[in-house]
Each structure stands twice: as C-alpha cells, then as structure tokens.
Design a protein around this ligand. Structure first.
Ligand SMILES: [Zn+2]
Ligand SMILES: [Zn+2]
Length: 231
C-alpha cells in the first residue's frame, strides 16, 4: 500500500488493540494510544520507522475506550503532541473514564453488563485534557497529512475515522476484523447510527480499512457485511 503515495500508514498491533502512525516522512500523527503501559511499545515502533517521538504533532483518538487511550497520558508527555477527540467524549477523557459500550451479540452483551457494573475499574485510564475537540470534519493539512477526520458515531457517540488520501480509512472500533464472516463490532452503543456511519465510509470511496482490532482489509468485506445487516 506504499507506492507513490505521499503519506505512509504504519499499523502498530498490540494484541489487544491497534494504534497507527501516519507520516509524510517529516511530520507525523498518531492514531490511538493502546491499553495501559503500552507507551514503550508504541515509542519503539515509532523509532523503528526512523522517526522520533517529537515528530508526532497530533494524537487522534478514534474514541475514548480504555483500550485506545490507556497509554495516552504517557504518550502525550513523551511526544508533547496535541490531543484531538470528538466533543461528545471530551468530558470522558478529562475524567479518565468511559462507560463500557453495549454488546451487539449475546456474549458481548454479558461482557458489557459485567463491564458496566463490577468491572467498572476496567473503563478507567489516566485523564487527559484535549487541545482540540471536533464535531464535524477536520482537515489534517496543517499537520502535513493529506487527509481528514470524519465523525463516524455508533460504536460510541464520539467515534471518529481518519481518511487518508481519499483511499485509506483508519476507523477505530467502527469496524472489527476479528470474525471470519463479518466486520460488525461486538460492541456498539447505537447500531442504527453505526450503519449510517458505514454508509458514510462507503461513500468516501475508501478502498482499504484499518480497524482498531484485527488486520487491515479491503472495501468488499465492509460492503458484504453492510448488505447483510441491511436485509
Ligand atoms: Zn471501543
Ligand atoms: Zn477497542
């Protein structure tokens, strides 16, 4: 997926969730910040790309669940980057707690019920004050990146996707690539809104999708699950 593109997208898989670096070679952004205590792993991955943590000028959170902002505070201190989050989840980020999302299937429903009650501690992380809060499209030109941030609510109220060069979409938990036959997330607070966001993503004409969980995949996989869900 490299070729003659000006931006490079580098996945940082960490077992529990993925983070991504997008770079033009000089200026870079980080998308998501993993579980707790993943900062060393993320910094090591940045250095392996011949980049320095100082090159990261912006950290975008696809949303504020603990598995995507667990190491945010540490990474903010290391990189001195600005943090961008959707307005709808800014208060959660400042508090350091986001409620466990609702399950969309029987087992995740049980997990969600546990997460919202006795497992409440799991949803906690070190609080961070975001420098930028958005509620609509946000262009990344000022950060040297050919792309924009697009609100794609559903998994959570403030879920965001990052569209690069109109072709690649880094989508957080709006899409999950952990099941064989479907990319539908096992957790989503609003499934109707989620499908609307999928329509937005399909309309964006992106060809490659980079999820918060699982490996990157192509558009056909999203299209197929979308059609099954609409039936
Ligand atoms: Zn999530
Ligand atoms: Zn997640």
């Amino acid at each position: 997926m490299a070729g003659k593109n000006t931006n490079r997208i580098i996945p940082i898989p960490m077992m529990s969730s993925n983070a991504y670096v997008v770079t033009n070679g000089k200026r870079s952004i980080l998308i998501d910040a993993g579980m707790k205590k993943k900062e060393k792993k993320i910094v090591a991955a940045i250095e392996r790309m011949q980049l320095s943590p100082d090159d990261i000028q912006l950290i975008i959170l696809t949303h504020t669940h603990y598995d995507h902002c667990g190491s945010l505070k540490a990474l903010q201190e290391i990189t001195k980057a600005k943090v961008l989050v959707h307005k709808a989840e800014a208060a959660c980020l400042k508090k350091g707690y986001t409620e466990f999302p609702k399950g969309t299937m029987w087992f995740p429903k049980i997990m969600s019920a546990i997460g919202r009650t006795i497992g409440k501690g799991l949803g906690k992380y070190a609080p961070v004050v975001p420098a930028i809060t958005i509620s609509k499209r946000f262009n990344l030109r000022a950060y040297g990146i050919d792309g924009y941030v697009l609100p794609t609510p559903g998994h959570s109220a403030g879920s965001l996707s990052v569209i690069i060069e109109g072709k690649y979409a880094i989508v957080g938990d709006t899409l999950f690539n952990i099941f064989k036959h479907s990319v539908f997330p096992p957790y989503a607070d609003d499934q109707k809104a989620l499908l609307k966001s999928w329509e937005k993503l399909l309309k964006s004409n992106c060809e490659y999708f980079y999820p918060g969980h699982g490996k990157p995949f192509m558009r056909e996989r999203l299209q197929k699950t979308y059609e099954e869900k609409r039936r």
